[in-house]
Design a protein around this ligand. Structure first.
Ligand SMILES: Cc1cc2nc3c(=O)[nH]c(=O)nc-3n(C[C@H](O)[C@H](O)[C@H](O)COP(=O)(O)OP(=O)(O)OC[C@H]3O[C@@H](n4cnc5c(N)ncnc54)[C@H](O)[C@@H]3O)c2cc1C
Length: 375
């Protein structure tokens, strides 16, 4: 009998638990620990902020709907991991103390390093949780004229919601007849793109932004925010009446002391999703040290690979599945400028870029499929 412990109830942890439940015999024990019983469907948070869906549409109760009786669920905070003893300390939850394991899957996502940007907490909105998205939505409702600044700070590895927020705001202001009273600017340390060197992606984004009269300011590495203004480390500044910024990301603090991470605390894994230098430990999702953006579909694929290889390891076999780092993403503009990008990040092949109303529909359909498959 093997005890498998999964840390994190996001895309990575949930899919790993589901795949292991399918692949492991009943004699093996699967436990998932997460700080909240609520799974959040992050790609819908921009729509939540703009009142296009409700809180209950973006959250699923893991205990009631997601996990079968094959998976034990513990709602608690993961404090520390002891890979040599094969133990994890958990606190502030239903169970406190040390949990032992035979195999571990680490899927605790990213940490928002807001402390790196002076004044972020006090003066900037973001939408990386249900509460923050709803709060930003209130600010949007009160915004009728002036300068709206939307962007990402250095180290934020998630461009999609930045573009989607700018497009949604442009559409809302159009609908209200207020578009000519407001300026929308995207700020970023990088040129328009998805953390990829790809000219077709960049051209498609530039054209879509121009069609909505959205300005893009690259080389804008924000390092501080004051009431009404954001400033960069290279001497630039911008005034705002509405500010939504993605803060810098880092890997989870629960792994930093283990000597298995890079300088941003992302965990080093091989293509079997095995943590480099640690036996019986896998890591998946936003927490791993791969280049490019951090996306939910990558977490899902990595979780499938890790679960398959972990099941093989328990059966005494070598890894049978390898992860290929590709990106498939839709930037939902709400209409015919919606953009689909598929790119193999570890290859030099150019991205496949498509554009049209279909992709907006496809993104919603994917959301519905996920909901239906987990309720
Ligand atoms: C606004 C927004 C829009 C997005 N749009 C897209 C998109 O269009 N397409 C796409 O593919 N991706 C998108 N993403 C990215 C995607 O949501 C993430 O890549 C994905 O959620 C990563 O999954 P994960 O399981 O690694 O981490 P998470 O989903 O962050 O899950 C981590 C889990 O661990 C728990 N946890 C963390 N620390 C602890 C701890 N110490 N103790 C206990 N539990 C803990 C958390 O509560 C959470 O349940 C978007 C993200 C956001 C925020």
């Amino acid at each position: 009998m093997a005890k498998v412990l999964i840390l994190g109830g996001g895309f990575g942890g949930v899919v790993a638990a589901e795949r292991l439940a399918e692949q492991l015999g009943d004699e093996h024990q699967i436990t998932l620990v997460s700080r909240s019983r609520w799974f959040v469907f992050y790609p819908a948070l921009v729509r939540l902020a703009f009142g296009k869906c409700q809180r209950e549409d973006v959250s699923l109760n893991l205990r009631q709907t997601l996990l079968t009786e094959r998976v034990n669920f513990i709602e608690a905070e993961v404090a520390r991991i002891y890979p040599v003893e094969r133990k994890v300390t958990i606190a502030h939850g239903e169970v406190e103390g040390k949990l032992s394991y035979d195999y571990l899957i680490f899927a605790l996502g990213r940490r928002l390093a807001t402390e790196q940007i002076t004044g972020f907490y006090e003066h900037a909105h973001h939408l990386l949780s249900v509460e923050k998205a709803l709060r930003f939505g209130k600010a949007v409702a009160e915004f009728h004229e002036g300068s709206a600044v939307i962007g990402q700070c250095p180290g934020a590895r998630l461009p999609v919601p930045v573009y989607e927020t700018a497009f949604a705001l442009a559409r809302l202001l159009d609908e209200r007849g207020e578009r000519d009273r407001a300026r929308i600017t995207i700020v970023s340390p990088d040129p328009p793109g998805l953390h990829l060197e790809d000219s077709d992606v960049s051209i498609a984004l530039r054209n879509a932004l121009a069609a909505h009269d959205i300005e893009f300011r690259p080389d804008f590495p924000i390092d501080r925010v004051t009431p009404g203004a954001a400033a960069t480390s290279n001497g630039q500044g911008i005034n705002f009446n509405l500010l939504m910024l993605l803060p810098p990301f880092q890997g989870s603090a629960a792994a930093t002391h283990l000597g298995i991470t890079n300088e941003e605390s992302y965990i080093n894994v091989d293509s079997a999703m095995h943590v480099v230098g640690v036996e019986r430990m896998y890591a998946v999702g936003d927490c791993v040290n791969f280049t490019g953006p951090k996306m939910g579909h990558m977490a899902v694929r990595q979780a499938e690979v890790a679960a398959t290889n972990l099941a093989a390891e328990i059966a005494g076999h070598l890894p049978v599945s390898r992860y290929i780092h590709d990106m498939k993403v839709v930037i939902d503009e709400g209409g015919s400028d919606s953009i689909y990008v598929h790119k193999e990040i570890w290859s030099n092949e150019p991205a496949n870029v498509r554009q049209g109303r279909f992709w907006s529909w496809a993104k919603r359909a994917q959301e519905k499929y996920w909901e239906a498959a987990h309720s």
